[in-house]
Design a binder for this molecule. Structure first.
Ligand code: AMP
Length: 206
């Protein structure tokens, strides 16, 4: 990972949306575009599971069931990851925060670094569409939490625990709602337009 100078305004984002809305795909592209690391708590957990670390062994049962891993485990790993050098100038969080408690924790982490969030992108997608996408991903990638019943449970967990975050960030004036249905390029364009409307430009075009 190339280390970059802090980019100032516009470089601390997060992507929120139901499982299967395309967060991971978009996060990778946006991170490159804005010159910040994409940090996915799901990816960090999955790599801990495959490396059979202590954290992975603690997280696995929750992940397989489609439940959120407890905040106590998740918050510590995000606090550590955001302290890494490559996140000093900005970052794109994918899949965190997922609960109201995690919002509080992220606020505290950012405050301790003297930062705040520049934008929250909500990827909006119809549940039936995401269920179908995850069915395909399950078949292609064999992710243990992409089976039909686990997917339905993950959607419920999203509705109950994560959707309230949309209102929280909406009331702070940092929320951009983006339609997540379309080609990968279309969705990326919608996101970058929504961000530039808010005065957040990619470093290359700044
Ligand atoms: P994802 O790749 O974002 O769909 O996450 C896959 C799984 O990892 C989730 O179903 C949770 O079990 C776990 N996970 C990822 N991020 C979080 C988080 N912020 N809080 C709690 N659990 C998480």
């Amino acid at each position: 990972m190339t280390l970059r100078e802090p980019q100032g305004k516009g470089s601390r984002f997060l992507l929120i949306g139901p499982p299967g809305a395309g967060k991971g795909t978009q996060a990778a592209r946006l991170a490159e575009f804005y010159g910040v690391p994409a940090i996915s708590t799901g990816d960090i957990f999955r790599s801990n599971v495959s490396n059979q670390t202590e954290l992975g062994m603690q997280a696995k049962a929750y992940m397989d069931a489609g439940d959120n891993v407890p905040d106590s485990l998740t918050n510590d790993l995000v606090r550590d990851r955001l302290s890494d050098m490559d996140a000093a100038g900005g970052f794109l969080l994918d899949g965190y925060p997922r609960t109201v408690d995690q919002v509080r924790e992220l606020d505290a982490i950012l405050l301790s670094h003297g930062h705040s969030l520049d934008a929250v992108i909500e990827l909006v997608a119809d549940p039936e569409v995401v269920i179908e996408r995850l069915r395909l991903r399950g078949a292609e990638q064999g992710r243990s939490d992409d089976t039909d019943s686990v997917v339905r449970h993950r959607l419920e967990v999203y509705r109950e625990q994560t959707e309230p975050l949309v209102q929280i960030y909406g009331s702070r004036g940092v929320l951009a709602k983006v339609d997540g249905i379309g080609t990968i390029d279309e969705v990326t364009d919608r996101i970058t337009s929504a961000l530039s409307e808010r005065g957040l430009a990619a470093p290359e075009s700044a």
